[in-house]
Design a protein around this ligand. Structure first.
Ligand SMILES: [Zn+2]
Length: 468
């Protein structure tokens, strides 16, 4: 078996071969942090988390970068509106974004470079483009000269003629050609700005991704991902910038997820029109939201409705319940887990797993891979119903589930329960601190537990804890 990925650049599925065996360099365009995450943006976040998890499951070490756009027009407007600085807006919404990621069961990226922290790299990139004749300055703004890059339009398969037709309405006299795009914007008086060879200003949006990829991942990456709305102009511009400079492809594979069609009337009534992840995860578990997002292929459009979420909740709970019941049986009788599972169970597990991988290798066909998870649920329930099932059977069941769930992460809440050991350890340490009258350490641990969402209660039987 080999992994096939639909490559937008080739308009076809291709066998995935990373540049360096066992190592994958992956970049996914991140958010502009001027507001809370919208459910539409949760789709790429969950899809590319799944892609990364699967690449890791195949034994790859994945460098997964996603940026934070922490300065742009929208950020500046938001800061004015809230009467705080752009940096404060960024801090606030980056923190909120990271909380949302946890609420969606998404693993943190290996790196989250920010525009404001990469300014010298961005300026350097534009300078090099200018030196090569791909950029020109006009009144403190710098533009990319699309006419000089012969391949402009190759990703979105548009030619300059079509593009010119599309944007003929607004004529910007500062540009040599109307399809040229901004690399550097001169600052208006009072706006946040950085010094540059072209005067005070700030970067355009497209250039940041090219500069960050080159700085943190190198000339060519293996996978570049994002929503299909980014294909043009954003990704087209990223290609033009990087490839003009390096002469090499920016990415060997381009992946784009389809839109999430938002809501129905019921959904809007219950959640308001904002449809923010923070409100949705207050009502639905991470496993439910992930189940919903992954129950459709990432290249198909998906309708986000109340009914679809409620149905996802039922299915995700059937999976979580089977996992939790198998775990429980193992806890009751841990003896003999090291022995071989019965051949009937072992054979079916092998078949389930091979089906799961076959589906995943076909361009991450998660809806069919979830069918394999349900085959596992059936087998788990049949085995649970048998009084003579061995611990080895349950251990084998759990291993197979863990392998599939490391990719889909349909029960991240149960994973949180595993963290109970860490809670118990902290409580024991706190008891020890109190015995030694080390009140400051005791308070420190209480605060730490509090930040983990753990409430402590002193009872006559000793310390009890529960999740908030
Ligand atoms: Zn980007």
């Amino acid at each position: 078996m080999s992994l096939q990925i639909y490559n937008t650049m080739a308009r076809a599925k291709e066998v995935f071969v990373p540049q360096e065996p066992g190592k994958v360099k992956m970049y996914v365009c991140g958010p502009t942090v001027y507001g809370y995450m919208h459910i539409g943006n949760a789709r790429p976040v969950i899809v590319f988390d799944m892609v990364r998890n699967y690449l890791e499951a195949l034994g790859n070490e994945v460098s997964y970068l996603t940026n934070f756009t922490d300065v742009d027009d929208k950020m500046i407007r938001k800061a004015e509106e809230m009467n705080i600085t752009v940096a404060e807006v960024a801090e606030m919404f980056i923190a909120a974004y990271q909380e949302d990621l946890i609420g969606l069961g998404v693993k943190p990226a290996t790196m989250n470079p920010r525009v404001t922290e990469s300014m010298d790299k961005i300026i350097e990139f534009i300078k090099e483009l200018e030196e090569k004749g791909y950029a020109y300055e006009n009144g403190g703004d710098v533009y990319y000269r699309t006419g000089k890059f012969a391949d402009y339009g190759k990703l979105s398969r548009q030619n300059l003629e079509e593009l010119r037709f599309g944007i003929r309405v607004e004529v910007d006299s500062r540009k040599e050609n109307q399809e040229d795009f901004v690399l550097w914007k001169a600052a208006k008086p009072g706006e946040v700005h950085w010094a540059s060879p072209w005067g005070e200003g700030r970067p355009g949006w497209h250039i940041e991704c090219s500069a960050m990829v080159r700085e943190y991942l190198g000339k060519t990456i293996d996978i570049h991902g994002g929503g299909e709305d980014l294909k043009f102009p954003h990704h087209e511009c990223e290609c033009a910038q990087t490839e003009a400079l390096t002469g090499a492809p920016l990415s060997n594979y381009w992946m784009h997820n389809a839109f999430l069609n938002i809501g129905d009337e019921k959904m809007s009534k219950s959640l308001g029109n904002g449809l923010l992840v923070k409100d949705i995860r207050a009502r639905f578990k991470a496993g439910t939201i992930r189940y919903f997002m992954l129950s459709s292929h990432y290249r198909n459009q998906l309708n986000f409705t109340e009914e679809a979420l409620l149905s996802a909740e039922k299915s995700a709970e059937r999976i979580a319940l089977a996992e939790s019941n198998v775990k429980h049986r193992l806890e009751l009788n841990p003896e003999g887990t090291g022995e071989a599972a019965s051949s009937a169970v072992a054979e079916r597990l092998t078949a389930i797993l091979s089906n799961f991988h076959a589906r995943m290798q076909d361009d991450f066909n998660t809806p069919d891979a979830i069918t394999a998870v349900f085959d596992w649920v059936s087998l788990a329930n049949q085995t649970l119903a048998k009084t003579d099932a061995s611990s080895a059977d349950f251990a084998a069941l759990l291993n197979t589930f863990a392998e599939m769930n490391a990719v889909l992460r349909l029960t991240p809440e149960l994973e949180a329960e595993v963290a109970s050991e860490e809670v118990e350890r902290l409580i024991a340490e706190r008891a020890e601190a109190r015995k030694n009258k080390n009140w400051s350490r005791s308070d420190e641990i209480r605060d730490e537990l509090n930040s983990l969402g753990i409430l402590l209660e002193d009872t006559p039987q000793g310390m009890r804890w529960r999740r908030k």
